[in-house]
Design a protein around this ligand. Structure first.
Ligand SMILES: Nc1ncnc2c1ncn2[C@@H]1O[C@H](COP(=O)(O)OP(=O)(O)O)[C@@H](O)[C@H]1O
Ligand SMILES: [Mg+2]
Length: 402
């Protein structure tokens, strides 16, 4: 009797608690065994899947068709990596979308560098897709873009070499178990691609810890009297900002370990419009925003304004302009348009219009309230106002700011 009562009590209580119903629990357990399922669900839920997840199908199709020689531990041949980056159509009709829009030769140099014993340095002004290209290179070459060190003024040596789990270290002393490998160490051990973002922001003495890694291809661990030797297939991609030059410029010893590829700004307005449209569409789909192509006129306008102000001259070459201090990069055009689409979706009629982008344009152009405002005002009154078909854009800009 007592026993039975006890059994009923807790069971009734449980009914009130937010416990998973038995069916749910079974489904979850079942899904847990189905690798592919979990992968797909995760990729759909994650705000920004890694390149190798987002483009898993393209990478698999390329790997299946790719019969050219692959360097040790590469997932694809250098040719297939370039196709992944620049896009193309495979013999079976599979379409590979372009990830990077720019000179083919430059991408070929970047990819072939990774197949040598020299590391790759991507250099350029902000917003020229250094980070983007580095992620896609790592995804295509190694199938893993996550071995990443973010360089800042506060990046410690442990972030590039290794650190310790202090609880383990105190309990058992230095051992392999207590060692916390850096992404670079893991890439060396696995023969894959490591990434270092914003290398020139890293303090000079910390940068120097890369010299032994890149020249001797080994990472000594003096505390254990051991070393981790890089396995074939290991290489490193670093990015650095042109404008940071002089902050912590690379030592010549380190510079010699890298092949440098300078990423240019898009060469034409059409190329830039294409980049912005494609990226906005991708980002917008992840955020359930309206399709970008319907706002193509506005995208053209944002790109034109950014290019003209960046270059200090109108597209027809007739009027000289004051350039504001902001970078007005492709990346910023992408965020202005994405922000505009969000406005259009939530507060407008779902189509991108001038007053959806005006505030974003103003925010990107006027960084310094004094000087930039003068430049913007002048541009607005002498160029935008007079331009045929731009009256609605002019009005929208006047409404959001002085
Ligand atoms: N030439 C290009 N081809 C493709 N995408 C580009 C290009 N230039 C800029 N982008 C886009 O700009 C965005 C920002 O680039 P990012 O890699 O963060 O710039 P960086 O690291 O050079 O400052 C990315 O979403 C990328 O898709
Ligand atoms: Mg970057």
């Amino acid at each position: 009797m007592v026993q039975g009562g006890d059994q009923i009590g807790p069971a009734e209580l449980e009914g009130d608690l937010p416990m998973p119903a038995p069916e749910e629990a079974t489904t979850a357990a079942h899904a847990g065994t189905d690798d592919e399922n979990v992968h797909a669900t995760r990729a759909a839920e994650v705000l920004r899947p890694h390149a190798e997840e987002a483009f898993a199908e393209e990478l698999a199709a390329l790997a299946a068709r790719d019969d050219r020689p692959r360097p040790p531990r590469w997932r694809l041949s250098p040719w297939a990596v370039v196709t992944y980056l620049l896009g193309g159509t495979l013999t079976d009709g599979t379409v590979i979308t372009p990830k990077y829009v720019g000179p083919r030769r430059l991408v070929e140099v970047a990819v072939s560098t990774l197949a040598t014993d020299r590391a790759l340095l991507l250099l350029g002004v902000p917003g020229t897709a250094k980070t983007w290209l580095s992620e896609h290179l790592a995804a295509a070459v190694s199938g893993d873009s996550t071995l990443l060190v973010q360089g800042t003024a506060g990046t410690p040596e442990e972030a590039i070499r290794y650190g310790w789990n202090y609880a383990q270290l105190l309990a058992r002393g230095p051992s392999r178990e207590a060692l916390v490998p850096s992404p670079v160490m893991r890439a060396m051990a696995g023969g894959t691609t490591a990434r270092v973002e914003e290398l020139t922001r890293v303090p000079a003495d910390v940068q120097d810890s890369l010299i032994t890694i890149l020249s001797e291809k080994t990472l000594p661990i003096p505390e254990l009297g051991e070393e981790v030797q890089a396995v074939r297939g290991f290489n490193l991609i670093a990015t650095a900002n042109d404008r940071d030059r002089g902050v912590n410029e690379l030592s010549s010893a380190l510079r010699r370990r890298f092949n440098t590829v300078v990423l240019p700004l898009p060469e034409s307005a059409e190329a830039e419009v294409e980049i912005v449209t494609r990226r906005v569409d991708q980002i917008g789909r992840a955020l359930d925003l309206p399709p970008a192509p319907e706002g193509i006129d506005e995208i053209r306008r944002v790109v034109t304004v950014f290019r003209e102000l960046r270059e200090g001259i109108t597209a027809d070459g007739r009027t000289k302009l004051k350039s504001p201090g902001g970078t007005l990069s492709t990346a910023e055009a992408i965020s202005v348009v994405t922000g505009g689409l969000s406005l259009a979706a939530h507060f407008g009629d779902g189509v991108l219009r001038p007053d959806d982008v005006a505030a974003g344009v103003l925010g990107a152009v006027v960084r310094d309230p004094a000087a930039d405002r003068v430049a913007w005002r002048e541009y607005l009154e002498t160029v935008v106002r007079e331009r045929e078909g731009w009256a609605d854009f002019y009005r929208a800009c006047r409404e959001v700011g002085p």
